[in-house]
Design a protein around this ligand. Structure first.
Ligand SMILES: [Zn+2]
Length: 823
């Protein structure tokens, strides 16, 4: 291992003051952590030392423990993810494959079990549960039995090596950089193994992980074969193995894999450039944030400054140009990827839950490197908004995507074919208390606010901290300090950006109003001037038992506007109070519509805590203007009661419209459409009604008559297609509310050239229902298939109760409809 010889930061020297983490492992006697030569200059206080008793996080963490984790294990059993290990073990013992022994649907299905084991281990660290522990022991036996003799572990191949998963490649590792996900699976295995070892002191899963990691070390590295992961995370996993074992081979291999990426590969998985030459966040957002987190880890452990420079530069790009106000990242569904600079659409925002988790991993690590609270500002924004939106309040259903607007057709799912997000929720929620405090020598950082207490080993003492607060609903925070014996040290209290008039640490978003009440700070009742450096008020003094810090962060309702380069947010405002971003949801509107609202600049909004609503939330209330077209095509305005709820809590009361960026300018407002024969019709289609992809994207035939207007045939906002069907004849049908005479239709075709496999059809026709028979309309034509416009077809009038479009696709292509109007 070569060290650059340069310190990461002046604070690096302070690591000497940090007690070994062994002292923090009070629930896991016998577990040691190896001494490592370099580490982050700032160390997080682990979640095992922080006990939350508040009404916001503590119940969520308990729901995660009691509901989500058992539920996710159940789903892993039910969907065959556990059986994959059993079948791989049978194959290793030479059993002839039977019909049960199917190749898993995805080669990364193993990770779901690893992730939930990791989450469950974190809960075991703070709350022993013999039943859960023995269940995990059983899973670990199955995992171990599926491991090949030399350490190789990948059920998608081992189940049937002669016919492995289509993405696995004919031989081990040969398709890793593209599709196989062998290293992705192992990264999650390593993280789970370390978590279980630290929680229980049991080496069972750790030994499996080390056997696998040793195979990697013996196969890859300088003088051996080259490899880098197609889907990153193994870098973080290897660093964790290095932390517990002190074996530098794991750290070296992580760095080797990072340095083997690019140039000349795909930007989809960040292999287009050497990692140290990357300056912009591109490609698959989860892979990206996992890689940046792995780079931070390797940089911290080696002193490499080139990695730090690269991830600092990429962070500037994300925070200034690619971050949603909810803290979500990864704007586009195509490639689950970052969009272009300022490309932040709302209705189609992808914002994978895993990308929010990755964003918080990354921002936490940047804070640990630099000690600047701007990273915690981003982390907190993601945490309270676009991350916990990924799980329902009851802990049993999830979002894969977290858009900022809904047409009322999006709902949560109990699971996904690609089930990365639920597992990530289980492990993240269980470790939330670990993001609250950090330590660098004689300095304690108070980063997040939540009621509870912490015991922080500091030099020769244990510093006890008690927080009392109703955060995030109230900005008053009382921090009581007990250092044991009196002593001089520093407490850095974060003054959040939002409390300093800074919406985000960039010019991407800003508050539209002026902040009148500044943050206030008192120590033992005496006002202290709030001087903020790198986001902190620094309190250096002789502390004694019973000292009290009172922090007051006023929480008025704030309006946020986006940088004018964000086209999707022009003429619109978002509402925020404290760290919470708000959304209007249809269920709170008398018309069940919110996308047609206009929120005038002078509309007064009040905040009220509603203990009965959505497990207790502060709602914002006021008056807005509801816009609608009348029969003559004129816009009507109706004043109506306006309610906004925390964004994270939407879609817990059924499917409804939702909007975060609300027009305050009539030029972008969207009046509700006047009901027409088409919009009032019931829509059905061949290939069923709402269909859901593995990633939880939903397609509903109701998109074709929702009254929205597409901007082009390629507009991904609201359409219906028959993909993955190709070259077939399919239909979509309107059942009119009552019999009508019609003589013209207009069809706007969907065509996703450049992104997908849907093209305008080869041919089509219109049928009408005559009694029980479908008959073609007469005298019709021409049957237009032009893109980016309505194709109008007139025909001899028919009086009927239903109309059908029959669409014949081009060979090898699918087809779809944006909108369909009827006259
Ligand atoms: Zn995911």
């Amino acid at each position: 291992m070569k060290h650059s010889g340069k310190m990461l930061a002046a604070g690096a020297a302070l690591t000497l003051f940090i007690a070994p983490s062994r002292a923090w492992q009070k629930h896991s006697p016998g577990v040691s952590t190896a001494k490592v030569a370099h580490d982050y200059p700032i160390r997080p206080v682990p979640f095992t030392a922080v006990h939350l008793t508040d009404t916001f996080w503590a119940p969520r963490i308990e729901t995660n423990r009691k509901v989500t984790i058992p539920f996710a294990f159940e789903k892993c059993e039910e969907t065959g993810r556990v059986a994959n290990f059993v079948h791989a073990a049978e194959a290793l013992r030479g059993h002839i494959p039977d019909q049960d022994r199917k190749i898993p649907p995805y080669p990364f299905d193993d990770t779901d079990i690893y992730k939930v084991i990791e989450g469950a281990s974190y809960t075991l660290s703070v709350k022993p549960d013999p039943h859960l522990e023995s269940y995990i022991d059983g899973l670990i036996q199955k995992i171990g039995a599926a491991q090949e003799k030399d350490g190789y572990l990948y059920t998608a191949r081992t189940i049937d090596p002669a016919h492995p998963h289509a993405w696995a490649g004919a031989h081990r590792w040969e398709d890793e950089e593209v599709l196989s996900h062998e290293l992705y699976d192992l990264g999650h295995l390593y993280e789970a193994a370390v978590a279980y070892y630290q929680a229980t002191g049991k080496r069972s899963l750790l030994d499996i992980a080390l056997k696998s990691a040793n195979l990697l070390c013996n196969t890859f590295g300088p003088g051996r074969k080259t490899i880098w992961p197609g889907h990153q995370i193994v870098e973080m996993g290897l660093v964790k193995l290095y932390r517990v074992t002190g074996d530098e081979r794991y750290l070296n291999l992580a760095k080797f894999m990072l340095d083997s990426r690019g140039p000349g590969g795909s930007s989809y998985n960040q292999a287009d450039l050497k990692v140290i030459d990357q300056t912009e966040a591109v490609g698959h957002a989860v892979r990206a944030t996992y890689m940046y987190s792995g780079m931070a880890d390797v940089a911290a452990m080696t002193g490499d400054t080139a990695y730090v420079h690269a991830i600092d530069t990429i962070w500037e790009n994300v925070v200034a140009k690619k971050l949603y106000i909810t803290g979500g990242i990864g704007a586009t569904g195509a490639g689950e990827a970052f969009g272009a600079n300022y490309e932040l659409p709302n209705l189609t925002a992808y914002n994978e839950t895993c990308a929010s988790v990755g964003n918080d991993f990354w921002n936490q690590r940047l804070f640990l490197l630099h000690g600047d609270a701007k990273y915690i500002d981003v982390m907190e924004r993601t945490l309270y908004n676009g991350l916990i939106s990924g799980v329902s309040l009851d802990g049993r259903s999830f979002f894969y995507q977290n858009p900022l607007e809904s047409n009322g057709r999006k709902g949560r799912s109990p699971w996904f074919g690609v089930a990365c997000c639920p597992g990530n929720i289980t492990r993240f929620m269980a470790s939330v208390p670990g993001y609250m405090y950090a330590l660098a020598g004689p300095t304690v950082y108070v980063n997040l606010f939540a009621g509870g207490n912490a015991e922080i080993p500091m030099g020769g003492r244990t510093l006890k901290i008690v927080q009392e607060t109703r955060y995030p609903w109230d900005g008053k925070v009382k921090i009581t300090v007990d250092p044991g014996k009196p002593g001089a040290f520093t407490i850095k209290v974060r003054i959040p950006g939002w409390a300093r008039g800074e919406a985000v640490p960039s010019d991407l978003y800003r508050f539209a109003d002026v902040l009148h009440e500044p943050a206030r700070l008192r120590v033992n009742g005496r006002e202290v001037p709030v001087r903020v450096t790198e986001g902190y008020a620094t309190l250096s003094r002789e502390w004694k038992s019973g000292d009290v810090i009172d922090l007051d962060l006023p929480m008025p309702v704030r309006r946020i506007v986006a940088n004018s380069q964000v086209a999707a947010d022009r003429g619109r405002v978002a509402l925020e109070r404290g760290p919470i971003v708000y959304a209007a949801e249809g269920v709170d509107s008398p018309t069940h519509r919110v996308r047609n609202l206009l929120l005038p600049e002078d509309a007064r909004l009040t905040a009220e805590f509603r203990p009965d609503l959505l497990n207790g939330v502060v709602v914002l209330e006021g008056k807005a203007i509801s816009l609608a077209y009348n029969a003559h095509g004129k816009v009507t305005r109706t004043s109506e009661k306006f309610t906004a709820i925390p964004y994270y809590a939407w879609a817990n009361r059924g499917r409804d419209e939702m909007i975060v960026w609300i027009p305050d300018s009539e030029s972008v407002a969207k009046p509700a459409p006047w009901p027409t024969l088409a919009t009032e019709s019931k829509v059905t289609a061949s290939q069923g009604g709402g269909r859901v992809t593995g990633e939880g994207m939903e397609k509903h035939p109701e998109a074709v008559n929702d009254g929205d207007e597409p901007s082009s045939s390629n507009d991904p906002a609201s359409y219906f297609d028959w993909w993955p069907e190709k070259g077939k004849t399919e239909w979509i049908e309107y059942d009119f509310p009552k019999t009508a005479t019609v003589s013209q239709i207009q069809v706007y075709w969907y065509d996703d050239t450049g992104r997908g496999e849907v093209r305008v059809p080869a041919s089509w026709r219109v049928l009408y229902k005559d009694g029980g028979t479908w008959r073609p309309v007469a005298g019709a034509g021409p049957w237009g298939v032009d893109k980016d416009k309505y194709n109008t077809v007139a025909f001899a009038p028919v009086t009927t109760g239903a109309l059908r479009l029959e669409v014949t696709m081009q060979p090898n292509w699918s087809a779809g409809v944006q909108k369909w109007k009827v006259k």
